[in-house]
Structure formats: structure tokens, C-alpha cells
Design a protein around this ligand. Structure first.
Ligand SMILES: NC(=O)c1ccc[n+]([C@@H]2O[C@H](COP(=O)([O-])OP(=O)(O)OC[C@H]3O[C@@H](n4cnc5c(N)ncnc54)[C@H](O)[C@@H]3O)[C@@H](O)[C@H]2O)c1
Length: 313
């Protein structure tokens, strides 16, 4: 059995390779080739969310066990810590334990990039990120592979985090990265918005965004939390990573549904269905599109499989 730590995951799981694997995985999920029991997310007494996320992808299966712990923000400890335990399907032996914080970070940005490629306007080039942490970094790393991003605006409730992000990203990609003092100013001119912070309440409303914008709503993953307000979800074409999971777990969908602002048919489909051509994408340049990402165990297992196979080369 191999133990593969973060440094090696970051070398082996490049956004290019990960994006290809995510496309195949999301299609396989829709084609019934993967099995993904509902995940278990338990709230611990110290406020950590402990997730147990099992999936079977064919030749491999396993589970990611991970904590999401907000108080780690700004301490130097990552907010997501855990491992993926990977088994092979033939004899059920354990192949590896693969560091999961880095897998989560990279695969999530890549899935949003796949959605962005399918849904954003072709000439979209201004990107806003709300929350300047690990996800803001992985989203820019992956989305710049599908759209020519020339300008980034960033808002974080901690201005030092925005400053650090802007400095790092300018240096890494040689593009303009502007820190903003509010969500409104960060998103006002954006073609692509990535909401990647652990907000408790919706903060992104319809009047803040341009017609034609594409939004990746990534930061929250429970029925009672969300980043995007009901009026904006109501005005948007809504896509999921996995519609049955979205119907059970997503505040972005469940809250406006409960308020009567949308109906069950408001979810047009999943990214896998878009890739398979089973559902329509953007219909006009003024459409607002929202990709609601909960994060899926199949994404973790197929990423872990890729890392494991690459590590054996
Ligand atoms: N949907 C998915 O698949 C998925 C995957 C991974 C992470 N997440 C979620 O995405 C969010 C970001 O994850 P991360 O790894 O980048 O975390 P992180 O700790 O690296 O960074 C989060 C950043 O958000 C900022 N922030 C917190 N609350 C804010 C607010 N109300 N407004 C603006 N900024 C705020 C923090 O200061 C911090 O800089 C978390 O909620 C995480 O659980 C979702």
C-alpha cells in the first residue's frame, strides 16, 4: 500500500489531467457506471464538519474522510484535512492512502472549469473570486485553461488574505489581480464569478451582477447554507454537479424552493448531462448561468486513482 502525501499529489494531479478525468467521471456517473451512496457529514462538538464520502468508479473504490474546519483559517493549518482510502475492485486490497486536502482543492477547481467551459460566454475574460483561500487559487489555475482570463478581482472578509492572493496570482500568471473592499465592487464587471468562501448567509444578489455572467457556487454544501441569493438563483439557468445530491443537500437550491421562488424543474441538469448532450446549456448571451457544486465522492476517488496510477509510472 502506498501513502501519497500532498507534495506528490500536487506534482501528479495537474489541472490538465484532472480536468479530463473529471469530465469522464461526471459522464460515467450519469451513465450509471459509478456508484455513489449519499455521503455522511457529521458536525463534531468542536464545530468541525467530518465528511465520509464513499464511491465506486469501476476498477477502484473507496472513501474520502475529511474535516472542514473554519477556525483553521488564518492559522497556517489548512481548512480541509484528510485522506482518500483507495481500494482496487478485483480483490478489494487497499492500494493507497492519498492526501485529500490537495485532491479536494484541485478537483473542485477543475470541475468548476469544466462547467465554466460549457456555460460561460466564449469571450469571458474577467473573473471575480469571493474568498481568497485554497479554492480561489485552484479555480484560477483551472479556469485560465478554458478561458483567456486577463483580469481578476478578489474580495475576502480578511483583507490580508486578498492582498496575499493578488500578489501570488500576479506573480504566477502575470495578469491583473485587483483587491476589492466589497463583494459588489468585486463582481460588478465580472464575466465569471466563483463564490468560494464558507459564508453562512447569501451575499450575492441579482442586482450585483452583469447579464450573461456565469457563476460557480462552490463554498457551501449544506441544505441551510448558501452564497447565492434566491432572486439570483430564480433569474438563472441552474446546473448541478449531481442533481439527486443537489435536491437533498444544496441550500442554493433548497432555500429558494422552500420560499416558492423556484420549482423542482428549475435545475436544468448536471455537468455530466451537459457533457453528454442530454440537456441544453446557455441559450443567449444575456443568460445568467449558475453551476452549483456540492463536491462529489466520485471526483475524489477518480482523482485518487489518477494519482495512484501516475505514482506507479
Ligand atoms: N463544493 C465543493 O466541492 C467544495 C470543495 C472544497 C471546498 N469547498 C468549500 O469552499 C470554501 C472555501 O474553501 P477553501 O479551501 O478555499 O478555504 P480556505 O480556508 O482556504 O479559504 C477560505 C477564505 O474565505 C474567506 N472568508 C470566510 N468567510 C468569508 C465571507 N463571509 N466573505 C468573504 N470571504 C470569506 C476566509 O478569510 C478565507 O481566506 C469552504 O467553505 C469549503 O468548505 C467546497
Amino acid at each position: 500500500m502506498k501513502i501519497i502525501e500532498e507534495e506528490q499529489v500536487r506534482k501528479l494531479l495537474t489541472p490538465e489531467k484532472c480536468m479530463d478525468v473529471m469530465k469522464k467521471t461526471l459522464m460515467d456517473l450519469e451513465l450509471g457506471k459509478c456508484v455513489m451512496p449519499q455521503r455522511l457529514i457529521c458536525r463534531m462538538p468542536n464545530t468541525a464538519a467530518l465528511g465520509f464520502m464513499p464511491a465506486y468508479t469501476g476498477d477502484y473504490f473507496g472513501a474520502k474522510v475529511i474535516t472542514a474546519y473554519e477556525p483553521n483559517m488564518g492559522t497556517g493549518y489548512p481548512s480541509h484535512i484528510g485522506y482518500v482510502m483507495l481500494f482496487e475492485s478485483r480483490h478489494c486490497t487497499v492500494c493507497g492512502m492519498i492526501e485529500a486536502g490537495s485532491i479536494t482543492e484541485i478537483r473542485t477547481g477543475c470541475v468548476s472549469a469544466v462547467a465554466t467551459d460549457l456555460l460561460a460566454e466564449k469571450n469571458a475574460h474577467k473573473m471575480a473570486v469571493i474568498g481568497a483561500g485554497a479554492q480561489a487559487r485552484s479555480h484560477l489555475a483551472a479556469i485560465r485553461l478554458v478561458r483567456k482570463i486577463t483580469e481578476v478581482t478578489v474580495y475576502d472578509k480578511n483583507p490580508a488574505a486578498s492582498e496575499l492572493y493578488a500578489e501570488e496570482m500576479k506573480k504566477k500568471y502575470g495578469i491583473s489581480v485587483k483587491t476589492c473592499g466589497s463583494v459588489e465592487s468585486a463582481v460588478a464587471d465580472a464575466d465569471i464569478i466563483c463564490t468560494v468562501c464558507p459564508a453562512k448567509e447569501a451575499y450575492l444578489t441579482k442586482d450585483m451582477v452583469k447579464p450573461g455572467v456565469h457563476i460557480n457556487a462552490v463554498g457551501t454544501f449544506s441544505p441551510t447554507t448558501r452564497e447565492v441569493a434566491s432572486d439570483l438563483i430564480g433569474a438563472a439557468r441552474l446546473y448541478s454537479d449531481h442533481t439527486p445530491s443537489c435536491r437533498k443537500e444544496s441550500g442554493e437550491y433548497l432555500i429558494p424552493l422552500k420560499e416558492g421562488i423556484i420549482t423542482e424543474s428549475h435545475i436544468i441538469g448536471s455537468v455530466g448531462e451537459l457533457l453528454l448532450g442530454k440537456v441544453p446549456g446557455r441559450q443567449s448571451k444575456n443568460d445568467i448561468t449558475v453551476f452549483d457544486a456540492l463536491g462529489l465522492a466520485v471526483e475524489d476517488i477518480s482523482s485518487a486513482e489518477l494519482v495512484y496510477l501516475e505514482s506507479k509510472k
